[in-house]
Design a binder for this molecule. Sequence first.
Ligand code: NAD
Length: 483
Amino acid sequence: MSDKVKIVVANGDGIGPEIMDATLRILDAAGAPLDIATIEIGEKVYKQGVSAGIQADAWDLLRDRKVFLKAPITTPQGGGYKSLNVTTRKTLGLYANVRPCQSFHPYIVTRHPSMNLVIIRENEEDLYAGIEHQQTAEVVQCLKLISRPGCEKIVRYAFEYARAYGRKKVTCMTKDNIMKMSDGLFHRVFDEIGKEYPDINQEHWIIDIGSALIADTPERFDVIVTLNLYGDIISDIAAQVAGSVGLGGSANIGDQCAMFEAIHGSAPTIAGQNIANPSGLLNAAIMMLVHVNLPEVAAKINNAWLCTLEDGIHTADIFKMHVSEKKVGTREFADAVIERMGKLPKHFAPVSYSDAPKARVTEKQTVHQTKAKELIGIDLFLDWSNGAAQELGDRLAQVPQDGLKLLTITNRGVKAWPDDIPGKSFTDHWCCRFTRKDESAAVTKAQLMQLMQEVTDAGYDIVKTENLYYFDGVRGYSLGQGE
Ligand code: NAD
């Protein structure tokens, strides 16, 4: 039986085939014991009418082999094509996106010579669940779903990663000053789980100032853990300020499978010209080798690559007069790395992965038993544009309501009734909050159904509802501004 590690490779689009060829040649020269199966993904598959950009049987191969080295692909514009990256992450349960962003000063020009951070981005939840609805003529909604298990998994992964790679600090970034429940949960879980890692320094930044600090003083950060959308944005900022978008690799890690890719896209304008930098994909491949427990091969390639940078052998994107020695193409860059296989860098510290245990996905989960879930009312969202807020409130207050009363009406979160703000312009999307009349009486689902029937019979168009609960006596919904 072969003791080679079975992986799946996709050559991708644009510069994909060139940088994959360069990367695989380097892996081969380093003696990486890999058994490679190749799948077709991307533009060609999209154009065959497969909106996911990947054939159904490729999933079986990916689930079987569990390790995927993927070159960038081109997502055709328009036409209902799905992002293959998002589909792959969700289908294979790749919940952690790991992106190291490091300066290679003085060989790659950057304003932040000592920058060396890793962004760990939640990969499955948040607005990327892609659940969107148009509810009225004027208003569309995108649901931001955050789960406690999802937060726990990514936060634990970030701390485990920090420990495994000898990192000293984990920074959490959220917007919990505004989204107190969703981002607040992420921050709370960070604080809770952080207590299990007293050896790691911990801090939290609001994402807006956090992003500004990454752009300004990235060297202050070590490991950053954040939600999906923020992670997407800050990892591009970090890659850019490291001066090396063409150098960055990333890993997408799940319980069963993992996918490794460059952080950049398929760069169609430079495709087929032998000028693309293969380093991003190569660095992803190095992360893959560590993941499949081939740390010596990973270190060997990494050190040869660092030697190549030190010797000033640079592709066009990183070539600088007076810094670089020789401008080379994709193939020649790969040849230069292969020539230096077995050598150690002189300026950079040689890399060793042998002592780094893989960041583990812990099975551990905090058990939270909610004792009491108490239904106390409902928000009815109406599509309505027939008059002033005062009129809507006064009319709804007249609708028969067994055990419930109309408490407030808000419009995009701003209080509209009672006490409308004069001169405020509203949309056609109204949130009418009904809560129990008697604080001590429980509300039943039957009462909510009856209310909805009465409101519908009175001629109103209910486009969405949200039940209002207390969990263990704590309010489980946000208040409208001014409520
Ligand atoms: P891009 O990353 O492909 O290119 C941005 C810029 O960086 C271009 O100027 C390009 O020439 C340069 N560049 C990128 N990689 C380089 C490399 N290895 N060497 C030298 N220069 C490099 O981003 P884009 O132009 O916005 O997107 C092009 C296509 O890639 C789009 O279809 C997009 O959907 C897709 N894309 C795919 C992925 C992926 O598969 N993971 C990620 C991002 C974008």
